[in-house]
Design a protein around this ligand. Structure first.
Ligand SMILES: Nc1ncnc2c1ncn2[C@@H]1O[C@H](COP(=O)(O)OP(=O)(O)OP(=O)(O)O)[C@@H](O)[C@H]1O
Ligand SMILES: [Mg+2]
Length: 309
């Protein structure tokens, strides 16, 4: 199977594939994803928290029926956790057993303990191995959390889809994995790495798209309530004084929470009591609670009322 599944012959096909997994992508995201699959290039997704970056890789693996291999990045991530390491314990046992059997041919033993049997394959190495269903999807999640030396290491992997192990040689993927890289842009990723990828900024969705996401993900939620929630969240995103804006994840959580509480309409009291589902900083919560929330909801009710007249 090639990296492009047979049915992905157009941008519409990609959009349909995502929609069938309840992922609502705008045209520009579907376009860059289509191109990345067609050209066999990694896709670099940057954007705020909770806008659906990680989900893309999960949906893609699921819908293309490929294994998902996830490399969660963090500060201090190194080759032994991300790529491979030698299984020292097993190597030691092998040496001891050879010694006990008085069978120490140093050259043969050296070749043996540095063979694939003694290698622990970490996500990047696993992603270079093809399965019977084709190359896997490799998700390199939150790359901005790693440090620059690791990023530099990734260059070789992403340019040639190969890893060099000094004791063994170079291991190359027969078919390159489908690579999705995400970043929350807590720092800039180096140009050299970006150049190897197609780039897309995942923005907050429009109100229409956010309503669509909620109705697909939470079909039991009250329609008017979700309209109010989306309008409220969209207004919060226009507030430059907030420290951390709510993402789609928070809209979904809030809709879920309010549905759980049998709320059918937003009012200032409900908002004040549940704002912690939406905003995660006390300064932000205290800014919105009370009269700002009341003002926003009265504007929203006027707008939604206007539309339904
Ligand atoms: N366009 C979308 N269609 C459907 N669901 C979406 C969409 N965008 C976000 N979601 C939902 O929002 C939630 C958060 O998405 P995800 O974890 O992918 O965000 P993220 O961008 O990776 O966030 P973070 O930067 O915090 O890791 C998921 O439950 C996902 O299903
Ligand atoms: Mg994520």
């Amino acid at each position: 199977m090639s990296a492009t599944a047979p049915n992905l012959n157009s941008i519409d096909d990609v959009q349909d594939l995502l929609i069938s997994a309840n992922y609502v992508a705008d045209r520009s995201l579907a376009t860059v994803l289509y191109l990345s699959l067609k050209m066999g290039r990694p896709l670099f997704l940057e954007g705020e928290a909770g806008v659906g970056k990680t989900e893309i890789a999960k949906v893609l693996a699921n819908q293309l029926n490929r294994p998902l291999i996830r490399l969660q990045c963090y500060e201090g991530l190194d080759v032994s956790s991300a790529v491979y390491e030698w299984n020292y314990a097993r190597q030691m046992i092998e040496i001891r057993m050879a010694e006990a059997a008085h069978d120490v041919d140093r050259k043969a033993l050296g070749a043996n303990i540095f063979s694939e049997d003694f290698l622990i394959k970490r996500p990047i190495m696993q992603a270079l191995e093809n399965t019977e269903v084709g190359a896997p999807v490799l998700l390199i999640d939150e790359l901005d959390r790693t440090d620059e030396p690791f990023e530099a290491y990734l260059l070789e992997v992403l340019s040639d889809f190969q890893v060099t192990i000094p004791e063994m040689g170079t291991i190359k993927a027969a078919e390159p994995p489908i690579v999705i890289i995400t970043s929350n842009r807590t720092r800039e990723i180096h140009d050299a790495l970006k150049r190897r990828c197609l780039y897309h900024w995942v923005d907050y969705p429009s109100a229409e798209r956010e309503k669509d996401i909620i109705s697909r993900k939470l079909p039991n939620a009250d329609k008017r309530l979700s309209d109010q929630i989306v309008a409220f969240v969209q207004k919060l995103r226009e507030d430059p004084s907030l420290f951390k804006l709510p993402g789609v994840a928070e809209s979904l959580d809030w809709t879920n929470a309010l549905t759980e509480l049998n709320v059918v309409s937003l009012d200032p009291d409900v908002i004040n009591d549940t704002l912690g589902v939406l905003l995660k900083y006390q300064d932000d919560i205290s800014k919105i609670q009370g009269h700002v929330a009341a003002e926003l909801i009265s504007q929203i009710n006027a707008e939604i009322g206007d539309r339904s007249d």
